[in-house]
Design a protein around this ligand. Structure first.
Ligand code: PEP
Length: 252
């Protein structure tokens, strides 16, 4: 298993072909940052073009349909995503859970579809603010993990978990590094129970308002294996600031 920090940009519903220049710039710099594993998840419409422009970094999708194919107007299957050039797919992002009412069971079926198609999967979990205030953050995340993770020790090697407190996404607010570390240690414990020994291999990313200015302190928190980055991944300048912070942390 690679121990390099994994920095993933989630472009969400942003980007036309004009944004390929950002991907190109990130890819060129990533060549010089061998200590970091870098990935971008552009919208479906840009996966193929981004793969062609950026050859060193990983390219992925932000969602998929759980079925292999069929009468699902407007949806995209994992096999189609792979065919377009992606190597991973994010599932269970809180915006999908909230905007499209995605349940843990649906997220799990999507995660299995991604793995069956031969890709890696990033499974997102995270509590809303009221749940944290009520002291329920860990129990909520446990339930999401148990309900959303693909099953089988053999698939753990293809799984990354992204812990994204919903109240930190796009808000400029973040948990303290101590709170991040506590939640990541908790997630590691759940993974160890869920996957047995293979649970130790699963990377756990932090996501929620990561920026060049706060990346170093969040990335060095216990059990943080990288970051899932939304807004700050949209320009090469800010995304590279985060990538460089991750590389700095690997220096000694
Ligand atoms: C995200 O949506 O995955 C995310 C972490 O967004 P942001 O970095 O903008 O908070």
């Amino acid at each position: 298993m690679t121990t390099r920090p994994y920095i993933v940009g989630n472009w969400k519903m942003h980007g036309t072909r004009a944004m390929l220049a950002e991907a190109r710039a990130i890819d060129r710099a990533a060549e010089r940052l061998l200590k970091v594993e870098v990935a971008i998840a552009p919208p479906f419409t840009l996966i193929h073009a981004t793969r062609k422009e950026a050859t060193l970094i990983a390219i992925g999708a932000q969602d998929c349909h759980p079925a292999e194919g069929g009468a699902h107007t407007g949806d995209v299957s994992a096999a189609m995503i792979k065919d377009a050039g992606a190597g991973f797919t994010i599932v269970g992002h809180s915006e999908r859970r909230a905007d499209h009412g995605e349940s843990n069971a649906l997220v799990k079926s999507k995660a299995h579809a991604v793995i069956d198609a031969g890709m890696n999967v990033i499974v997102c979990v995270g509590e809303i603010e009221a749940e944290r205030d009520a002291g329920k953050a860990e129990s909520v995340v446990t339930r999401q993990l148990k309900g959303s993770l693909p099953e089988g020790e053999d698939v753990a090697v293809n799984v990354t978990v992204a812990y994204e407190p919903v109240w930190a996404i796009g808000t400029g607010r973040t948990p303290t590094p101590d709170d991040v570390a506590a939640m990541h240690r908790h997630i590691r414990g759940v993974l160890n129970k869920f996957y047995g020994d293979a649970g130790a291999e699963v990377r756990i990313l932090y996501g929620g308002s990561v920026k060049p200015e706060n990346a170093a302190e969040l990335l060095c928190a216990d059990e943080v294996g990288g970051a899932l980055v939304g807004g700050a991944s949209l320009t090469a300048e800010s995304f590279l600031g985060i990538i460089m912070a991750a590389a700095e942390g690997e220096r000694d």
